[in-house]
Design a protein around this ligand. Sequence first.
Ligand SMILES: Cc1cc2nc3c(=O)[nH]c(=O)nc-3n(C[C@H](O)[C@H](O)[C@H](O)COP(=O)(O)OP(=O)(O)OC[C@H]3O[C@@H](n4cnc5c(N)ncnc54)[C@H](O)[C@@H]3O)c2cc1C
Length: 475
Amino acid sequence: MTEAERDALTSQMTQALGADAVLTEPDDIARYCRDWHGDVTTGAVAVLRPNSTGAVSEAVRLCARLGLAIVPQGGNTGLVLGGIPDDAGRQVVLSLERMTAIRRIDADDFSAVVDAGCVLEVIKQAVEAEDRFFPLSLGAQGSCRIGGNVSTNAGGINVLRYGMTRELILGLEVVLPDGTIWDGLSTLRKDNRGIDLKQIFIGAEGTLGIVTGVALKLLVKPTQVETALLALAGVEEAMALYRRARRDCCDLMSAFELLGPEAIGLAQIAHPDLPNPMEGSHPAYVLMEMAGTGLIDIRALLDRFLEGALEEGLVLDGVVAASRAQAAQLWRIREGMNDGQAMLGPHLRTDVSVPLSRVAAFVGAARDAVARELPDCRSVAYGHVGDGNIHFNVLPPQGADAATAAARIKAAKALVNGVLDGFDGSISAEHGIGRLKREDFEARLKPVQEGLLRALKSAIDPDGRMNPGCQLTPP
Ligand SMILES: Cc1cc2nc3c(=O)[nH]c(=O)nc-3n(C[C@H](O)[C@H](O)[C@H](O)COP(=O)(O)OP(=O)(O)OC[C@H]3O[C@@H](n4cnc5c(N)ncnc54)[C@H](O)[C@@H]3O)c2cc1C
């Protein structure tokens, strides 16, 4: 695009939407065109920042008239390059960051209706002030926005108890690719009037329209939350503990995270002051949380459960947090190990899932494959195993030059995905497809599935202007 063409386009946008809704200066748009890790930087014609549903509709109509494709963006915490433009520099980023109203919280209805640009953490705090609870919890919750959570069908640490975002959504408001507004903001719990249209926009990663409003399902705020870090002999024992907890703990378990033997060391790279809460090192750890409300005694339940598991030798050692501050320290290990890995340099990050019954076998097979085929690399397996979701990461040798590291990461991805295919697994348990996983996604699509996905896309977005290149290669 020439300088003159760009100037003409931006002056039309500014005229239609107002100066404060249009950014075009390279310094102003840079952060919208850079991914969370800072590994990828692209460019855009402009960044549009409408502040109402009507203004989003106006912006979408304008882009249609100007023939510009749109990349919706929430908090830009996505990890698969779905929320930043491609590197051709011809797309417009439409940021929801100025749409931050909590439209209403209805405690008796156990629901809330919010603008799509609300930051998840802000929503959680606002509903807690009304004695309600929105259970979606993830490491990025201080930055990600609810429209992004809907569009990626985000998961997080509490999925095993409360489900993915899809299960927490009652209704949506969406601006369609022609600028039409679809008002589906119902808060009905049961509504069986034919096909549930909101479902097609959940997990669509902005390829079918722009989510502008969200009706949320709320729960009662838990009054008791107990957290324990447990040491075990391996992943198989961790999954045995998981089954036992499902059986014994009245389904009150709200998190069950696997950590590998290297977890505490990796977290200490990022947080050198972080203490090791147990003596020595163990082959596996589980970070477990139980939460409840009302008359039940969660601490007594957890203590009885752990007594049995220790007696049987399933749990080797453990600590139960005595306060919220101690619980936060334990969670810092889980979150810090991501930062520690990042500080060691580029590595393969995966977000895969397998059936619950096959978690231990998959981790074992993938570890063996890496040790055999890439002996100078290190594998790190951890994650939300209560949902069968594992981050099976592979770290190239320390000190490797950029070309060697890139070659190892490429080889490791093919290796891990190959093992995964043998377990009927998914290459994306919760982060989505974006642009990063498109090739691997398309390579695994069955013809009927691909046909349906393409038919849906062309019915709703016939000109292919919504986030082209995200999820599917444009026809
Ligand atoms: C430290 C860290 C921890 C994380 N942990 C988890 C985790 O545990 N579980 C998990 O699922 N994810 C996790 N993520 C990934 C990320 O936070 C989620 O995918 C999140 O839902 C993205 O929200 P966002 O607002 O940042 O979306 P963005 O990154 O801005 O966008 C993500 C996708 O949604 C589209 N989109 C955004 N807003 C809209 C909208 N209003 N309408 C239509 N399309 C839209 C974008 O085009 C893009 O394709 C983590 C990320 C980080 C950095």
